[in-house]
Write a protein that binds this ligand. Structure first.
Ligand SMILES: Nc1ncnc2c1ncn2[C@@H]1O[C@H](COP(=O)(O)OP(=O)(O)OP(=O)(O)O)[C@@H](O)[C@H]1O
Ligand SMILES: [Mg+2]
Length: 393
């Protein structure tokens, strides 16, 4: 099993914010970083040593990345498994193509979870109009239609309240292979974040309690306000999933807590996760360093939480009236600003996040929401005049 020591090169497929934060941590540790991404000068490309431009199914670009890298990892599950299998012939890919094959298809993922006895919402796959009716009848209303592949931030999903919604739902997702799953009237959403190394050792982060808006993660609060028994169950479930997959790296499992206190798996993310961004600033070892350690074959770092925290996402909507007034964040010493360097702000696009560290997470949440509300206001108090370069060296 290859160990890649600092000085070696980490290849990352996908150049978004996850890759950017992996690259920042990897470079701090003395690694070189090569990123494969369709976009030139993307979030991760800006902080990498080498950028390889190409689509995720561009075999030739995959080869160019493989030549430069000592180990390859991913910042998205939407990389075709055949490309990963080809790279695996010459360079270790962690997590492996086999893991990605299971996770990148929602139906395969649900079947895998069923096979290992993990609790999850009722679901039924279908392939044609007749099958769709049968699937919704089997699952019951309300339910959610989800495409098998390529979904993120709620894309490719439609809620179905009753039979009257069937046609519209099918039209909204087109003819793509899909499944129907029961809509869970959850009490809250949490995520378990862990890392698994090459030898199968596992380290857990504290659970995050998550809220979503428009199906996009809005806030994470850590530690989650759940009974100790649920924390233990979530950890056992996460470890069982990671071990059964043979996963190497960081993994998040998104969970619903039902009103009667049970856990159901929403989905598996075999990589650092948005709900784990708090670790970058609030834990001894961030999820990004931890992922780098795991995929490079190093011992895992200490995941201990140094301070309770709340993370709030900054979406592209905030840029509608131009660049937000960052003074709103920076005047609070307990708030940390993260921006991903994305050139174009689109509604719903993840552009950055703010982390608020405070022993009182209610107070942290109030400040995070207040900062967000102020950023959203074009009339926010102006910053002192900005200069290109400071007058004194
Ligand atoms: N079966 C369900 N019952 C209730 N709510 C659901 C269900 N499925 C999804 N949701 C809601 O929509 C959110 C996004 O769903 P999901 O995680 O499946 O989408 P996604 O597109 O894969 O998003 P991402 O990959 O960005 O997390 C969930 O976190 C949850 O709030
Ligand atoms: Mg999700």
């Amino acid at each position: 099993m290859t160990v890649v020591w600092p000085g070696g090169t980490l290849g990352i497929i996908g150049g978004g914010q996850l890759a950017r934060m992996m690259a920042l941590e990897a470079r701090r540790m003395g690694y070189r970083v090569a990123v494969l991404d369709p976009e030139p000068d993307g979030s991760a490309g800006q902080v990498a040593d080498h950028a390889v431009q190409g689509a995720f199914d561009d075999v030739e670009a995959g080869d160019r990345l493989a030549v430069q890298a000592d180990v390859v990892t991913l910042d998205t599950e939407h990389v075709p498994a055949p490309l990963l299998e080809r790279i695996e012939a010459t360079t270790p890919v962690r997590p492996s193509a086999a893991v990605m094959r299971v996770v990148q298809d929602r139906l395969e993922q649900r079947r895998f979870l069923e096979a290992i006895g993990a609790p999850q919402p009722r679901y039924a796959p279908f392939s044609d109009a007749q099958g769709f009716r049968e699937a919704t009848a089997a699952v019951g209303y309300p339910c959610v239609l989800k495409t098998r592949r390529e979904g993120y931030d709620g894309k490719g999903q439609v809620r179905i309240g009753s039979e009257a919604d069937l046609e519209g739902a099918r039209r909204a997702v087109g003819r793509a292979p899909a499944l129907v799953e029961a809509f869970v009237d959850f009490e809250k959403e949490i995520s378990v974040l862990l890392a698994r190394d090459l030898e199968g050792n596992v380290r857990f982060y504290p659970l995050a309690e998550n809220t979503h808006r428009r199906h996009i993660l809005h806030t994470s609060r850590v530690p989650a306000r759940v009974p100790a028994a649920l924390v233990a169950q979530a950890a056992e479930l996460g470890a069982r999933i990671a071990a059964a997959l043979g996963h190497v790296g960081v993994m998040a499992v998104e969970l619903f807590v039902t009103r009667d206190g049970r856990l159901l798996v929403n989905e598996i993310a075999p990589r650092p996760h948005n709900s784990g961004h708090y670790t970058f600033g609030a834990c001894v070892t961030s999820q990004f360093e931890q992922h780098v350690r795991a995929v490079c074959g190093l011992p895992l770092g200490d995941p201990t939480l140094l301070r309770p925290a709340v993370m709030v996402n900054l979406l592209g909507d905030l840029w509608r009236a131009g660049e937000p007034d960052w003074g709103v964040v920076l005047r609070h010493p307990e708030a940390r600003l993260h921006l991903y360097g994305k050139r174009e702000a689109r509604d719903g696009r993840k552009m950055g996040h703010v982390l608020v560290l405070d022993d009182d997470t209610d107070r942290a949440m109030a400040l995070a929401e207040d900062i967000l509300a102020q950023l959203d206001r074009p009339t926010a108090a102006p910053l002192p005049a900005r200069r290109k370069r400071s007058a004194t060296p």
